[in-house]
Design a protein around this ligand. Structure first.
Ligand SMILES: *Cc1c(COP(=O)(O)O)cnc(C)c1O
Length: 381
């Protein structure tokens, strides 16, 4: 619906996100340096996690920034085909494996790695045709999150089934072992999870994959010793650790969200604003109306006081976010109608800080932009 409008109109009048593949390239380089601390001879390979359309940034938009990744990790087989169509020729890990028996038809793609978490997926594969390039298989250990995967009692049985399947040529000989940590941001958050994983896989052949962003940044020694790591959030420039900012870690935001001041109003002390009069001015105030709302993906539950930047000045939201509009405090600021607003992604306003003010996490905001918000890619230098 909006696609036919000129980009210059978006850039001046509408909510839009800027996407920076150059920042993704920078962040990937930061991760590589972090993982090469032992000299780099045995640095793990990197599955660049691009599930949820690259955390809301658009896979095709950020792909130029991922040229140095060893593989892409997506959620669904259909996403793997989208990555191929967008020009990615390297390995692709499909984290949901097969969602349904009918997805067998999507397996005919060289470089495919399937993560299996359930017995039924093995049964579907056993009934699959033999392909020229059968998929590589990874088994998911249930781990400390406990949500999905084979547990300590079923894992080795699943591995034996994989060996049998590999001998029929339906899957590749490569069978890897994958664990995902639930508390990696804590200093002692992976010890027990590692011990339980190792107890199950210690004598099995095949590569290991552990470590999301938090595990890489907090447990570098462990991450360096694994074969493949799987960063997501850090690639997009957000810190996964509450006590380190993205800037501390050398990360650059890959998305910024922009809007405009539509109108400026002066409130007397006691004046009310918004549905149900949700905001009551405690003193005379200048208020800016911003053309962004929850239908754009700025959460309705964002409390008054959430930080925003108006014309380069840090200020805060007031009252409730509506479908299309929100209000910000302009008292004492220099701002005119049409002034630019940055909702997150400015170096002075990292998305994780905005998320913390809303009681959520950066990944929820980044993946929550709606179709109404155009993504304007800033080409790589
Ligand atoms: C999402 C996901 C990741 C990436 O996590 P981040 O915290 O964004 O780095 C890694 N592994 C698995 C299995 C995931 O689901």
């Amino acid at each position: 619906m909006t696609a036919a409008l000129p980009l210059s109109l978006f850039a001046s009048e509408r909510v839009y996100a800027r996407i920076y593949p150059q920042a993704v390239a920078n962040n990937l380089a930061v991760l590589k340096r972090t993982l090469a601390r032992d000299g780099g001879a045995h640095a793990p390979r990197i599955w660049a996690t691009v599930k949820a359309d690259a955390y809301g940034h658009g896979v095709a938009q950020i792909l130029p920034g991922l040229r140095d990744a060893d593989g892409l990790a997506v959620m669904h087989l259909t996403d793997a085909h989208i990555c191929r169509d967008a020009g990615w020729c390297g390995p692709i890990l499909v984290m949901a494996g097969l969602a349904h028996a009918s997805e067998i038809a999507l397996l005919d793609m060289p470089g495919l790695h399937l993560l299996l978490s359930r017995e039924t997926q093995l049964q579907w594969l056993a009934a699959a045709p033999v392909l020229r390039a059968p998929p590589a298989i990874w088994l998911r250990f249930r781990g400390d999150i406990g949500m999905i995967g084979f547990d300590a009692d079923t894992y080795r049985q699943a591995f034996a089934q994989c060996l049998a399947l590999a001998s029929t040529g339906r899957i590749g000989a490569h069978i890897g072992h994958l664990n995902h940590f639930g508390s990696a941001e804590r200093a002692d958050g992976i010890d027990e999870a590692c011990a339980r994983f190792t107890a199950v896989v210690h004598d099995l052949p095949g590569p290991r994959s552990t470590s999301n962003s938090a595990a890489i940044m907090r447990h570098q020694v462990h991450a360096v010793a694994t074969d493949w790591v799987r960063p997501g959030l850090t690639l997009y420039g957000a810190s996964p650790l509450a006590d380190r900012t993205a800037a501390d870690l050398g990360l650059l935001p890959a998305m910024s969200l922009h809007a405009r001041i539509l109108d400026i109003r002066t409130l007397a002390a006691g004046d009310r604003l918004g549905y149900g009069g949700s905001f009551k001015a405690p003193m005379p105030m200048t208020v800016g109306l911003v053309n962004c709302g929850y239908a754009d993906g700025y959460p309705r539950h964002a409390p008054a006081g959430t930080p925003v930047i108006v014309a380069g000045q840090l200020t805060r939201t007031l009252g409730a976010v509506t479908m299309d509009l929100m209000t910000v405090d302009l008292t004492g600021l220099i701002a005119v109608v049409g002034a630019p607003v940055v909702l997150w992604g400015d170096p002075a306003l990292p998305v994780e800080r905005v998320a913390a003010a809303m009681g959520t996490i950066a990944a929820e905001l980044l993946t929550g932009l709606t179709r109404r918000v155009p993504l304007l890619t800033v080409p790589m230098r």
